[in-house]
Design a binder for this molecule. Structure first.
Ligand SMILES: C[S@@+](CC[C@H](N)C(=O)[O-])C[C@H]1O[C@@H](n2cnc3c(N)ncnc32)[C@H](O)[C@@H]1O
Length: 219
């Protein structure tokens, strides 16, 4: 799997749970990914969360906005396994998840545009030698722009100051997006009903400041 550096299969996973995840109708992997769009109703509003982790945020959004569709990609299978339980118990039909990385998933979603795209606490790769692994770079922004329409909202958060600076720099250089000066921090969290994800809680526990910000598409 290209461009993904974490461990994908959790060590202590129940084999049967994993097999059943790969059979679930809302979970897409390399073999059935081509069929994911059959679940999407025509003309629906689409949202995307890149790196949903344990899925707290995407799940809450899908429950709240039941007339919209939510697509989530994250190669981290442990997160999909915990999200799977919630999806099954709630019976929601508007949440689709995949273990493909964004780079891999992109080729299947590039004909769509998304209303909201969220990237909450992308892996910061703080060591200098690993920084090139960070997802938000020049080519990522090019892909991102191609799946936006004029009204798309890009919501980001990070507690890594160096990564925040890099994100601001990359978006500024890209010139296709405009940073919102009115919606950021707490206001943004409330306005988009963002959930305290695992990594947000971790940052709070470690008393690290988290930056939440929003980009609109330049028109
Ligand atoms: C630091 S965690 C944050 C998880 C979650 N968003 C949160 O706030 O708790 C970063 C997540 O991004 C995922 N990730 C890393 N590279 C990715 C990629 N190229 N495409 C999609 N997800 C990716 C990781 O597997 C991990 O679950």
């Amino acid at each position: 799997m290209k461009n993904f550096y974490g461990r994908k299969t959790p060590r202590k996973v129940n084999k049967y749970e994993l097999v059943s995840l790969f059979d679930d109708e809302f979970f897409f992997h390399h073999k059935n990914i081509k069929n994911f769009n059959k679940l999407i109703l025509k003309d629906s509003v689409l949202n995307l969360e890149i790196g949903f982790g344990s899925g707290e945020n995407i799940f809450k959004s899908a429950v709240k906005y039941s007339d919209e569709f939510f697509l989530g990609c994250d190669p981290y299978l442990k997160g999909s396994l915990s999200l799977k339980k919630k999806i099954k118990q709630s019976g929601i039909k508007n949440l689709i998840i995949t273990n493909l990385s964004f780079q891999e998933f992109f080729k299947y979603i590039k004909k769509y545009t998304f209303s909201k795209i969220l990237i909450l606490f992308p892996d910061p790769w703080p060591k200098k030698k690993h920084m090139k692994r960070r997802i938000i770079g020049k080519s990522f922004l090019k892909s991102l722009h191609s799946i936006c329409n004029k009204k798309s909202k890009i919501i980001l958060s990070s507690d890594d100051v160096n990564y925040v600076e890099q994100i601001l720099y990359n978006f500024h250089m890209d010139k296709n997006f405009v940073l919102s000066t009115s919606l950021f921090g707490e206001k943004l969290i409330n306005s988009f009903d963002l959930v305290e994800t695992k990594y947000y809680k971790k940052a709070k526990k470690n008393k690290k400041k988290t930056y939440f910000f929003l980009y609109n598409v330049k028109t």
